[in-house]
Design a protein around this ligand. Structure first.
Ligand code: SF4
Length: 289
């Protein structure tokens, strides 16, 4: 009985977020970016259950058994729930493994694995979602992720970087970017864990073996500790941010006016002559020569 109430409340929270922030409509062609983890599987299940026109897209990073297990779980999940699944292989798209790219870039630049991986994931997933004709790209970002992002940008001394956060990503619609939306925006990590456990989804809860986000981990630990003494601290950070977002967007829009162009190498959207993904790929190519 308690579980039934929990599931109803959880589902209502997602429906409210979608409605209040105009995230999705029943006529949208929706792609859910799936990692096989709890967040993306939860939102894939719910959107399908609520009758949205949804299919899944998994970027197979081919990081050993961790990726194999996540891919297998996602394939079984999609088959069970009759959801179309698209797979892209990072290795096939790049011509080498993501681990190789990380080591080449890190030999030249002071960046973490997750920075390299994040750039490549956004580049490949946006391109594939656009090819598939998606109207919306759903990601599994939750309240913990968002509070960490906001806090990280403040500690980096650059809160304006948060202008593109929020339930709808980006500061304004761009032709080449499929609109990213986050229906799990107000759900915490703990709530999602509980939801997926009650639902009995087959999920690998262990972390990616290449995760290296030292700064993010520090922020996460800090917020988790704060939350013990000051419940709702994460929610308060996000609520406060949403109030200041319009001013951040306004300032950022005037800065970025006409700044988004096409990358001279791949033709994808870029803020510079060459996009970040091509900059990293070029380092790997130069290293191999
Ligand atoms: Fe990539 Fe980091 Fe995520 Fe692993 S944890 S999949 S390296 S972004």
């Amino acid at each position: 009985m308690a579980d039934k109430k929990y599931l109803e409340d959880f589902e209502k929270k997602i429906k409210d977020t979608i409605r209040d922030y105009h995230l999705l409509s029943k006529t949208d062609k929706i792609i859910v970016a799936c990692s096989g983890g709890k967040d993306s599987i939860a939102i894939l299940y719910l959107l399908n259950h609520l009758g949205y026109n949804v299919s899944a897209l998994i970027l197979d990073l081919e990081i050993g058994n961790w990726s194999k297990k996540n891919l297998k779980n996602t394939q079984i999940f999609c088959k069970t729930h009759n959801i179309e699944l698209h797979r892209i292989s990072a290795k096939k798209e790049l011509g080498y493994s993501i681990e190789h790219l990380m080591s080449c870039v890190k030999a030249k630049k002071a960046v973490e694995n997750c920075t390299v991986c994040g750039v490549i994931k956004r580049w490949l997933i946006n391109r594939k979602a656009r090819e598939l004709g998606a109207d919306k790209l759903v990601t599994g970002h939750n309240l913990d992720d968002e509070a960490q992002n906001i806090f990280m940008n403040i500690l980096k001394g650059n809160p304006s970087l948060s202008a593109g956060l929020g339930p709808k990503s980006g500061i304004e619609a761009q032709e080449l970017f499929v609109q990213r939306v986050k229906p799990l925006y107000f759900c915490t990590d703990a709530e999602l864990r509980k939801y997926t456990e009650i639902m009995g989804f087959n999920i690998l809860y262990s972390k990616c073996p290449l995760s290296s986000a030292v700064f993010r981990r520090g922020i996460k630990n800090c917020l988790d500790n704060f939350e013990k003494d000051y419940p709702d601290v994460k929610r308060n950070i996000v609520r406060k941010y949403l109030k200041t977002k319009p001013a951040l967007v306004k300032a950022q829009k005037s800065k970025e006016k006409g700044n988004i162009k096409r990358c001279s190498i791949c033709g994808e959207p870029a803020r510079a002559e060459v996009c970040k993904a091509c900059e990293f790929r070029k380092i790997a190519v130069d290293t191999n020569e």
